[in-house]
Every structure is written in structure tokens, then in C-alpha cells.
Design a protein around this ligand. Structure first.
Ligand code: GLP
Length: 243
């Protein structure tokens, strides 16, 4: 793992955006994996700036998002489909036909998951995948478990995730209990991975991911076994790391 610690999350976000920009400059037809949550917002703002200034183009890129809540319409303000369009896609020169977010309203979430995984394979796999990390060490919505998941699948969210994500809803009872998520195997199949984490509330999860054993109780710890992972942290998120 290449771990970089920045003085501010703004600097870390710019560094992350540069990795995506470099990927697009190298191959305009790249397959990009995107994430939701508050952490990637600065990185997305920087990608929008680079695109609007004509430095990079998304016209030929394909994107796949990590996850989506089950039961939220695309138009729901807390759906990840809505989030991605509000914060990134609607400002880019991207072809909507090549934008993919799992369908949280699919009648059969398990079939949707299989179809989504097939789409990723048909696109040739993910060239660069962005990740945040949950306070319990989850990536995408792969929650702590006794095994590492493989392909895209439907999951029950843990109480800790429901509580952490309740801040985005009027009330905790409104947070969906289920989600569709790329599996750990899907994520590990990406050629490059960029993980961003900011703030003291991520310090324990970051420490377990980097310094702890590879253990499905901290799903992000599997990234120790990937050969091209860049971790971008601010000082607070890095505060518990071993020297
Ligand atoms: C959600 C998403 C994750 C994300 C996490 C952290 O649970 N499924 O992909 O990494 O939240 O969110 P935040 O960046 O807001 O802390």
C-alpha cells in the first residue's frame, strides 16, 4: 500500500483527482469506479474543474459505482444515483449511456447484482477504483463478516452503518436496511485502487486497514493484498498509524 498523509483533505483530494486525470490522459476509454459518501466530494469537485477547463475529458470513459441502497428511487435525494449526478456526472462531458449505478429498485436485487457484475466484466474490468471507508472498516457496503465477499451482491446493512448514514436522512428509520454492492472480489479485480479517508472518526478503521491483520472483520484490510493501492489521508485519519 502506498500511504500518503496530507496536511489537509483539500490537498489529499487534489492528489486523488490527479490519479484519475492521469488515468484518463493515458487512456480516454478508461473504466472508472466511483464511490459515494462525503469523503470524495473534494476529489469530484477537482475532476469537474479539470474537465471544465478542458484538461481531461470523460467523453469516452465508462463508469461503475460501487453501491446503491435497495428501495430508493433514482430520484430520491439520498440515492447514490442522485448523489453522483448532483456532485459529478451532471457537470461532466460524460455519455450517460456509459454511466452505471446499481438499480436499487430492481424487482430482484440478486439478479440485478449478477447483471451488474457481468456489465463490469463486459467493459473489460475496472481500471481505477475510488473507495472511501466506513467507520467499521467497510468498503462499498461490504460489512464486517466472517468471510470476504466475492461478486456484486445484496447485503443487509449493519446497525453501525445505518447509524453513521442516518445523518443524511430525516430520521434513522428512513435509512434503507439493504443495499447492492460490488463485492470484495469485484473491488480487488480493479487494476488500481485509490482510497481516501479524512477525519478522526476514521482513524481506527484506517489503522485496522493498514496495520492490522487481513481479516474480513475489517473488510478494507484485504487491500493489503492488492499490488496497486494508494491511500490518501489527512492528519486526523492517519493519527493512529504506527510510525
Ligand atoms: C457509505 C458508502 C461507502 C462510504 C462510506 C463512508 O456507507 N457505502 O462507500 O465509503 O459511506 O462515507 P463518508 O465518506 O461520508 O464517511
Amino acid at each position: 500500500m502506498n500511504v500518503h498523509i496530507f496536511d489537509s483533505k483539500e490537498q489529499a483530494s487534489k492528489a486523488g483527482a490527479i490519479l484519475f486525470a492521469a488515468q484518463l490522459m493515458d487512456d480516454p476509454e478508461s473504466v472508472l469506479g466511483f464511490a459515494t459518501g462525503s469523503t470524495p466530494l473534494g476529489l469530484y469537485a477537482e475532476l469537474v474543474r479539470l474537465n471544465q477547463e478542458g484538461i481531461i475529458s470523460f467523453q469516452e470513459a465508462t463508469t461503475f459505482n460501487l453501491d446503491e441502497y435497495v428501495g430508493l428511487e433514482r430520484e430520491h435525494k439520498e440515492s447514490y444515483h442522485y448523489f453522483m449526478h448532483e456532485n459529478l456526472f451532471s457537470f461532466l462531458d460524460i455519455d450517460e449511456e456509459r454511466v452505471h449505478v446499481p438499480d436499487g429498485m430492481a424487482v430482484d436485487p440478486e439478479s440485478e447484482a449478477v447483471w451488474y457484475e457481468d456489465m463490469i466484466d463486459e467493459a473489460g474490468g475496472i481500471d481505477i477504483q475510488l473507495l472511501g471507508i466506513g467507520i467499521n472498516g467497510h468498503i462499498g457496503f461490504n460489512e464486517p463478516s466472517n468471510v470476504f465477499s466475492q461478486a456484486t451482491h445484496a447485503v443487509e446493512l449493519t446497525e453501525s452503518t445505518i447509524e453513521a448514514n442516518a445523518r443524511f436522512f430525516n430520521d434513522k428509520s428512513e435509512v434503507p436496511r439493504q443495499a447492492l454492492t460490488m463485492g470484495i472480489g469485484t473491488i480487488m479485480g480493479a487494476m488500481k485502487i485509490v482510497l481516501v479517508a479524512f477525519g478522526a472518526n476514521k482513524a481506527e478503521a484506517v489503522k485496522a486497514m493498514i496495520d492490522g491483520p487481513v481479516d474480513p472483520q475489517c473488510p478494507a484490510s484485504i487491500l493489503q493484498l492488492h499490488d496497486d493501492v494508494t491511500v490518501l489521508l489527512d492528519q486526523e485519519a492517519a493519527s493512529l498509524l504506527l510510525e
